[in-house]
Design a protein around this ligand. Structure first.
Ligand SMILES: C[S@@+](CC[C@H](N)C(=O)[O-])C[C@H]1O[C@@H](n2cnc3c(N)ncnc32)[C@H](O)[C@@H]1O
Ligand SMILES: Nc1nc2[nH]cc(C(=O)O)c2c(=O)[nH]1
Ligand code: SF4
Ligand SMILES: [Mg+2]
Length: 215
């Protein structure tokens, strides 16, 4: 029996977020997540999906001839075979990113992968799941993201930024407004007022295509 993964969708779009925002990217969305962030825009990936072999996923990705591949979910690291998938994608020469809640151990992932670790804010209602041991594994190839739901979340994110020296420890710290929960321009103004060493980001795919799955 070959290694399998439960997959919700594989699609080609513009990366809507992170350091590679705007670049054509293949998304591999893994099914299932142990968290329930109140804002989750990918709840359709909590269940269902299709059991697929690594080979069939690699073949479909190759068909798009991408430079960038983003493994997301659901929570990719909740499936043990996410690790060989990430390794095979790197071996095939793609620039690979992994979106993870950081509630699971990130230390086993291929070091070529840019890990985008979402430190869950209190407003997500899942901040008690943050695995702070992950922070010591971060490198300049990784990114830390805060999805901010309120001014209180912003103040919390700033305190973690300072406490863990995240701007030095990782390649990029991203501050993203939770969609429709905080005014994007308010978040932008707070970052400027505090002169923070972070990158403001919006979810470009929502501006372009609203919230359609597979975009
Ligand atoms: C759907 S999650 C999948 C990967 C992983 N479970 C995680 O939370 O990082 C991908 C990213 O989308 C973000 N996200 C989900 N819903 C959002 C929303 N309503 N507004 C802004 N970002 C959101 C998450 O916080 C996470 O950084
Ligand atoms: N275009 C596009 N970019 C994305 N970046 C992160 C996404 C996600 O849902 O995790 C996403 C998505 O769903 N679509
Ligand atoms: S961890 Fe990610 S996929 Fe899971 S509920 Fe939170 S945002 Fe959604
Ligand atoms: Mg999405």
């Amino acid at each position: 029996m070959q290694d399998t993964l439960r997959i919700t969708e594989v699609f080609y779009s513009l990366q809507g977020e992170t350091r590679t925002a705007g670049l054509p990217t293949v998304f591999v969305r893994l099914t299932g997540c142990p968290l329930r962030c109140q804002y989750c825009d990918s709840a359709y990936a909590f269940s269902g999906g299709t059991l697929r072999t690594l080979d069939s996923i690699m073949e479909q990705v190759a068909g798009f001839k991408p430079r960038y591949v983003c493994v997301t979910g659901g929570e990719p690291l909740a499936q043990p075979n996410a690790l060989p998938l990430l390794q095979q994608l790197c071996d095939a020469g793609y620039e690979v990113s992994l979106e993870t809640s950081g509630a699971l151990d990130i230390s086993g992932t291929d070091t070529r992968v840019s890990r985008v670790v979402d430190l869950k804010t209190p407003g997500s209602e899942e901040s008690h799941r943050n695995r702070y041991e992950n922070i010591e594994h971060l490198t300049r190839n990784d990114q830390v993201k805060f999805v901010i739901c309120s001014r209180e979340d912003y103040d919390w994110a700033v305190s973690k930024l300072i406490q863990y020296n995240l701007a030095e420890r990782s390649g990029e710290v991203l501050f993203s407004p939770s969609h429709h929960q905080v005014r994007a321009s308010d978040l932008a103004d707070w970052i400027i007022a505090d002169n923070l060493p972070v990158r403001f980001q919006l979810q470009l795919h929502k501006l372009l295509w609203n919230d359609e799955p597979g975009r």
